[in-house]
Every structure is written in C-alpha cells, then in structure tokens.
Design a binder for this molecule. Structure first.
Ligand SMILES: [Zn+2]
Length: 115
C-alpha cells in the first residue's frame, strides 16, 4: 500500500513536523495497525502502532519505538484519543505541554480515516 504523508500542525518546538503512515495489510486480524514515521527538524522516529480495544470513552494505541528518537529512556508510549478531547500520552512532551507529536499524528490518522 502507498504510504500516506501529511504535515503536522506547527507547535512552538516543532514548526516542520510531518508524519508518514504505512498501514499493515492484515490489521483486521491483529492489533498491529501500521508503521508511523514522525519527522521533525531535529530527528525522525519510526513507531510500530498497535491499537487495543478501547471503550466508548475513546481509542487506545501503543506506539512501540523502532528508532531511538529524542527520549532514549522510553521504548513505547501509550496514547489515548478521548471522545471528550481529553487525550493522554505517556511521553515527556505531553507531561510538559499537554500536547505532543504522538497525539497530533494519531489525531490526523483518525481524521483521515486511516486507522
Ligand atoms: Zn506523546
């Protein structure tokens, strides 16, 4: 399948973020949804994205890092896209700013109907 590429909304720390999404072929049969690449001015990082059954409150994803990324102490991030808009991520960026590239990327993929 052709990769999907989209720019991410500019933030204070990252004005040129972008994502690339390569969807898994058999995502109906496994939690593996696809591979997400997030690029920015300083680095790029690939993530294996898995979706786990959520509930009516929202959708639950885990992003497993395939590259070292900017925070080498973390290997994966749990992300939650809440219907209420009160999204959650385990990364440091979210802890600091209540927003991050992981949630921005997942939000874009959901908006585009790709996950
Ligand atoms: Zn995050």
């Amino acid at each position: 399948m052709k990769a999907y590429t989209e720019l991410l909304p500019a933030t204070k720390s990252e004005k040129h973020g972008a994502l690339t999404w390569e969807r898994a072929d058999d995502n109906a049969a496994s939690p593996f949804a696809g591979v997400l690449t997030i690029t920015g001015k300083r680095d790029h990082c690939r993530y294996r994205v898995e979706e786990y059954p959520g509930d009516e409150a929202g959708r639950a994803f885990v992003l497993f890092k395939l590259d070292a990324g900017t925070d080498r102490t973390e290997e994966r991030y749990g992300c939650f896209l809440a219907r209420s808009g009160a999204n959650l991520c385990e990364c440091r960026g979210f802890t600091a700013t209540r927003n991050c590239k992981h949630l921005a990327s997942l939000t874009e993929l959901v908006r585009a109907g790709l996950v």
